[in-house]
Design a protein around this ligand. Structure first.
Ligand SMILES: NC(=O)C1=CN([C@@H]2O[C@H](COP(=O)(O)OP(=O)(O)OC[C@H]3O[C@@H](n4cnc5c(N)ncnc54)[C@H](O)[C@@H]3O)[C@@H](O)[C@H]2O)C=CC1
Ligand SMILES: O=C(O)C(=O)Cc1ccc(O)cc1
Length: 377
């Protein structure tokens, strides 16, 4: 099957819309969809009749029942098709798809639908449940996705996700709740910010990311994965132990905390991995420090060619401006930016001139600059 027609179940959702663009623009395929919200032109049966590959990208909680409904509607005509899903759990959706006659692969991209055209740099779990004639096309699709694919059984996936997602989300939503309760008495979030450590800042970024996202996803990741509840028992068990030890407060309690929560876990992680993680944390600390530097400009370089960064840097060199840091990053819209941190001694008017030159000489577009430089003050 060279150019299969794609069907998206949940076509109006955040991943459904991303997948439509991906299949149409990166793979040149025809895409049809169905979604109770805004995409009802085809009935379920008509969608199945129209396509070769069906992708389920519906809410986690409803997906197994939605799949079973599609199996009923298909009633055998799916025999030559490939059915995929991208749900954050894998056991239940894959089991439901296996009740069809189609070939079946469960997928799980480990990121929100990206702003970029592919999943480059993101992991994607691939559960090959029943795959034969569709293998060559699946391989082409996975290559086109540019994801870092990791193969797993559905059960292994769900067990790992209880840790990678369930544990991380649970710890951070608990932090969010504690913050809500304790922060008001100590100046609120704004009052706490000047006291931030690197760890606090990283944890707050995760917590806020969760709070900014789709609540149903975070609910379902806790409630729909059977391995999450036992993980939560362990997490709360260790926190309760720590609480008891701290309340006890004597030297024996301190020793037990060190032994149970530090030494044993350090031995398990290993000296080398602990040191590597510690260094990764330090690098993030330096990165955050650079990003907090008050004097900076962010530039989008439209010309994707060798030497464009050199042209940008020469603008600063010509004006005798010392640079503190250069980081490439992405804007909220996904554009590649260079964020240039500038010596605090550099006066605002010299920096403004540099910004004008960058635009006037067609080197790049200044998208952001520090206060007092961006405005004409
Ligand atoms: N958003 C994310 O960060 C990630 C999401 N996923 C998975 O992708 C799937 C979809 O997630 P999102 O697009 O974020 O959710 P979403 O809530 O944005 O979209 C889900 C869509 O499914 C539709 N829908 C509901 N019932 C349906 C039905 N019976 N038939 C057809 N469509 C139906 C909804 O109207 C909605 O448009 C989920 O299973 C999620 O686990 C996987 C990785 C990351
Ligand atoms: O980018 C983020 O915040 C995420 O990590 C989103 C996310 C949500 C659900 C998944 O199954 C996978 C990734």
């Amino acid at each position: 099957m060279q150019q299969p027609r794609i069907g998206l179940v949940g076509s109006q959702g955040s991943y459904g819309r991303w997948l439509r663009t991906f299949f149409e623009q990166r793979m040149g395929l025809r895409v049809h969809g169905r979604d109770p919200v805004g995409d009802t032109g085809l009935s379920e049966r008509e969608l199945i009749e129209t396509v070769d590959v069906l992708v389920f990208c519906a809410p986690i909680r409803h997906t197994p029942a939605v799949i079973r409904h599609y199996v009923e509607q298909a009633a055998g005509i799916e025999r030559d098709q490939l059915w995929l899903d991208i749900t954050s759990t894998k056991v239940a959706p894959v089991a439901a798809m296996l009740t069809s006659l189609a070939e079946v692969v469960g997928l799980h991209p480990m990121s929100a639908a990206p702003k970029s055209a592919t999943l480059r740099g993101r992991a994607m779990v691939v559960c090959e449940a029943r795959l034969d004639r569709w293998r060559p096309w699946l391989e082409r699709f996975l290559v086109a996705s540019e994801a870092d694919c990791v193969r797993a059984e559905a059960e292994q996936h769900d067990r790992v996700m209880a840790i990678v997602q369930g544990m991380v989300h649970a710890s951070h939503v608990a932090q969010g709740a504690v913050l809500r309760e304790l922060a008001p008495a100590v100046g609120g979030l704004d009052g706490i910010r000047p006291f931030s450590s690197v760890g606090y800042e990283l944890d707050m970024a995760v917590t806020r990311r969760i709070l900014a996202g789709n609540p149903a996803i975070y609910q379902d990741i806790q409630f729909e994965n059977p391995y999450v509840a036992p993980m939560l028992e362990r997490l709360s068990g260790h926190l309760n132990t720590l609480c008891d030890l701290v309340r006890n407060g004597d030297d024996a309690a301190r020793d037990r905390m060190r032994e149970q929560l530090l030494d044993r876990s350090r031995s398990y992680v290993g000296e080398r991995a602990a040191a590597e993680g510690s260094y990764a944390f330090e690098r993030l600390g330096y990165l955050l420090a650079d990003l907090h530097e008050p004097r900076f400009i962010s530039v989008f370089l439209p010309m994707d060619k060798p030497g464009s960064l050199r042209a940008l840097l020469s603008v600063f060199e010509q004006r005798g401006i010392n640079l503190d840091s250069i980081h490439s990053s992405r804007s909220a819209e996904g554009e590649l930016l260079f964020r240039i941190g500038v010596d605090r001694a550099c006066d605002a008017s010299t920096l403004r001139e540099a910004m004008k030159a960058i635009e006037a000489e067609g080197i790049g577009r200044v998208v952001e600059a520090s206060e007092g430089v961006a405005s004409n003050s």
